[in-house]
Design a protein around this ligand. Structure first.
Ligand code: MZP
Length: 501
């Protein structure tokens, strides 16, 4: 007979926090949400961390380059989806790495004999308005001048050479190679310029520094940047084509990888992680998952995973539990894995961050996951609602929605995540995910700000100013379904209030 566990598995919405005694400085503005992303030793800093504990799912409807840039600006991270060609995924990674930087290597350049028509075509293709003019039309050529939107936007003579309208090098304010970003920004401020070219001793262009990036940094103090001041981005990989995909993603600048698999307790996944560690040593960080048990966690920890994702069947678009009966309530799965993680930490001094993946509907569920021991959470549907997500915006009955679909749908055709071969028509024999829509929620930045305000407020009420303290201080109680229902607005009729969720 099968082994039967009679305790029911639970999910986040079944628990409530008990408030703690609070001292004056327990205020939301004092809460620090920084959290480790990858494995590290006791008392050592992890080589990668997040400034806010939110990552977006490896999903077609969620983690495209626009959302990845917006989330990294807020301090979180996206895993660009792997259910696409290697070339397309690489191009998305490059877009994120190139979309923000201190020193940007210019990819939109022209020669002096190029015309206004060439400028318009280049602008159409790249969206860039500032165009260095170099002797050979490359981003490393001898700089002859700079073209900004003011120079070309209203020029009626489309055949006019750019050399006649550009600001010539003798009038260009530039910075010398080797200058610090702080010094470059000071020059931008001093000379009231929108762009500062950096050139070497021979007069060759090295990079550009933009005013708008300086402004963006001031607006986004938590933004997650690499050592070269580029936005940090992750990439999903699979257990099929990793020997080609991983080197291409690393070359494109992906900061961290994650094996995107519905069930990570498999030899395939162990092989992928071991191969990466053998080929690249510890310089390439790779997370594994998903698991829902201590056994699964220990297996991936033994394989060398740098973080481990927890969750099967709880995703908002997931029907794995209905289709195959596989899965576990998210809170219970997380508690079991966290216990195993903490046991390994106490025994070896090695800390492996845990990511709670899926089943987050409201910000309070993020708070619950953190209090239960997750270091960060991965969300799909929650992010798919924002303008920056790749899904189409749809208007229906006067309301706006964004498309959202699971990776185990025939629409996504992500066979590699589900370890299945397609049928003769190239479809899943049965689907484990559904297609649908989520209510449109505007800009990601506003949504993240509101969610973090709630999470910080919960942490303060529990007497915590950081995630570690939250885990130590939080007192959590299982509540009856009636007690949960009592917590919503009730008795009131015709309520025109937002329920606060
Ligand atoms: P959610 O945030 O929408 O609740 O769940 C997102 C998570 O669901 C993803 O990170 C992934 O682990 C999982 N997922 C993605 N597609 C499917 C599916 O089609 C799925 N079944 O379960």
């Amino acid at each position: 007979m099968a082994r039967i566990i009679n305790e029911p598995s639970r999910t986040f919405g079944e628990y409530l926090f008990d408030p703690n005694q609070k001292e004056g400085h327990y205020r939301p503005e004092n809460v620090n949400l920084r959290t480790p992303l990858v494995k590290h030793r006791k008392r050592e800093d992890p080589s990668l961390f997040l400034n806010i504990p939110l990552v977006s799912a490896c999903m077609q409807a969620v983690s495209g380059p626009e959302l990845a840039s917006a989330l990294a600006r807020c301090g979180g991270l996206s895993f660009i989806f792997q259910s696409q060609s290697i070339e397309d995924q690489v191009a998305m990674i490059r877009r994120v790495k190139g979309s923000k930087a201190g020193f940007v290597v210019s990819t939109s350049n022209l020669r002096p004999e190029n015309t206004i028509t060439d400028v318009l075509e280049l602008h159409e293709k790249t969206g860039h308005s500032t165009i260095p003019i170099t002797h050979d039309g490359t981003g490393a050529g001898y700089l002859l001048g700079i073209l900004t939107e003011h120079d070309w936007k209203f020029e009626e003579n489309r055949g006019r050479p750019v050399s006649e309208v550009m600001t010539k090098i003798e009038d260009v304010i530039f910075g010398p190679a080797g200058i610090s970003l702080h010094e470059a920004n000071s020059l931008l401020k001093k000379y009231k310029k929108s762009c500062l070219p950096i050139i070497d001793n021979e007069g060759n262009l090295q990079s550009l520094v933009f005013w708008k990036d300086l402004m963006s940094h001031l607006d986004n103090p938590d933004e997650l940047l690499d050592v070269e001041k580029r936005l940090v981005v992750g990439a999903g990989i699979n257990t099929w084509d990793y020997q080609d995909r991983v080197p291409a993603l690393i070359a494109a600048g992906a900061d961290v990888l994650c094996v995107d698999s519905a069930n990570g307790f498999t030899d395939h996944q162990k092989d992928v992680i071991r191969w990466i560690k053998r080929e690249f040593g510890n310089s390439v960080k790779v997370g594994g998952g998903n698991v829902v048990s201590a056994r699964g966690f220990k297996f991936l920890a033994g394989a060398g995973a740098d973080f481990i994702k927890v969750g099967i069947g709880g995703g908002s678009i997931c029907i794995t539990r209905e289709q195959k009966g596989i899965g576990k309530g998210q809170a219970t799965a997380l508690m079991e894995v966290v216990e195993a993680r903490d046991e390994i930490f106490h025994r070896t001094g090695i800390y492996i961050p845990v990511c709670s993946d899926g089943a987050i509907v409201y910000p309070v569920h993020v708070a619950m996951a953190l209090a239960l021991g997750a270091d960060f959470v991965m969300m799909g549907g929650w992010f798919a609602r924002f303008r920056e997500a790749p899904g189409r915006l749809i208007m229906d009955g006067g309301n706006y929605y964004k498309e959202y679909w699971g990776e185990a749908t025939n629409k996504a055709r992500n066979f590699s995540r589900y370890d299945v071969a397609p049928d003769k028509k190239g479809l899943f024999v049965f689907e484990e995910g559904v297609e649908g829509r989520v209510p449109f929620a505007g800009d990601l930045k506003d949504g993240v700000r509101d969610a973090l305000a709630k999470i910080r407020a919960t942490m303060c009420d529990c007497g915590a100013l950081d995630i570690r303290e939250f885990r130590e201080e939080a007192v959590i109680q299982l509540a009856s379904p009636l007690a949960i229902a009592e917590g919503g607005a009730n008795v009131i009729v015709n309520k025109n209030i937002f329920s606060g969720k």
